[in-house]
Ligand binder design. Structure first.
Ligand SMILES: C[S@@+](CC[C@H](N)C(=O)[O-])C[C@H]1O[C@@H](n2cnc3c(N)ncnc32)[C@H](O)[C@@H]1O
Length: 275
């Protein structure tokens, strides 16, 4: 995350360690620590070879990969800047013009530049704007930067639970919620959806922009299908048939089925609730 004196991202110095439980440490150039299974990825604004060597010797671990990247390369070659979707403008914190949502994208998925984020964002806004949909509660599974939850809160959702298994994503999402003054309506929880799932019963909308394997697992869990409405993405056209086969027979109705680039977005309504 950005902390003074840094106001934007330029270089990313990345150290991937073969150990996850590295005790917290303060460093003025630290962007954040990304935990992935049993490993930790440390992101800095500057090269930190001596500091990382010291950490490795104190905590008996090794650097398995090291890189010095341009921030644009981390963001798949995109220069992150303001964009407008569904009539709302989302701006990175380093741009000073008017914006409806300000975001520190950090090194977390959900800057808004991936096609799945954009279409999910547009779809969330459309349903939140629709009085007939009556969406008051939402679950955001794999929240990343928190963008979809923040947009939902802006458009009237009263109670949102957002989860991510990446502690850095949770930290960034919480900071983005505070920045946009919607923190009191969004409960951000660190949770691994492979092991735990928040309750969907009583929830108006579930948004899950994840990946095929995890979606398959969720689809196979009967208690996942207790919400009114689902916006699902993170899979390619070539994966649609396999995912379709995992949907509970007769329970869901396709309300929309879109593509952006090669990515798919499904909107499903629960027949138990919407008929
Ligand atoms: C494709 S990104 C979507 C981010 C954001 N919702 C968006 O639409 O841009 C998927 C997110 O799910 C999170 N994620 C991946 N596996 C997860 C798991 N097992 N449990 C919880 N979150 C997970 C990732 O850390 C990442 O932030």
């Amino acid at each position: 995350m950005l902390r003074p004196p840094y106001q934007s991202y330029d270089r990313l110095h990345v150290y991937h360690l073969d150990k996850a439980d590295i005790p917290a440490f303060a460093d003025p150039d630290l962007i954040g620590i990304w935990i992935e299974d049993d490993t930790a990825v440390l992101f800095f604004h500057r090269a930190k070879d001596p500091l990382v060597a010291d950490l490795c010797s104190r905590h008996r671990c090794n650097v398995v990969y090291q890189a010095d990247l341009d921030y644009c390369d981390w963001e798949a070659g995109q220069f992150i800047s303001s964009f407008t979707v569904g009539g709302i403008t989302v701006s990175p914190v380093w741009e000073k013009g008017p914006a409806d949502i300000r975001l520190d994208p950090s090194v977390i998925f959900g800057s808004g530049f991936h096609p799945t984020t954009r279409v999910c964002l547009e779809t969330v806004i459309n349903y939140l704007r629709s009085p007939e949909a009556g969406i008051k509660t939402m679950l955001d599974l794999g929240t990343g930067t928190g963008l979809l939850s923040i947009a939902a809160a802006r458009f009237g959702a009263e109670k949102i639970t957002a989860v991510d298994n990446n502690p850095l994503a949770c930290e960034v999402a919480r900071a983005n919620c505070r920045l946009n003054q919607v923190a009191e309506r969004i409960d951000i929880r660190e949770m691994d959806l492979r092991k735990d799932q928040p309750q969907t019963s009583g929830c108006n909308l579930v948004v899950a922009n994840l990946y095929r394997g995890l979606l398959e697992q969720l689809f196979q869990t009967p208690s996942f299908w207790e919400a009114d409405l689902y916006i699902l993405s993170g899979f390619l056209q070539s994966m649609e048939a396999d995912l379709l086969a995992e949907l509970p027979a007769g329970q869901l109705r396709f309300l929309d089925r879109k593509r952006s680039d090669k990515w798919c977005i499904w909107v499903l309504g629960n027949r138990k609730v919407i008929g």
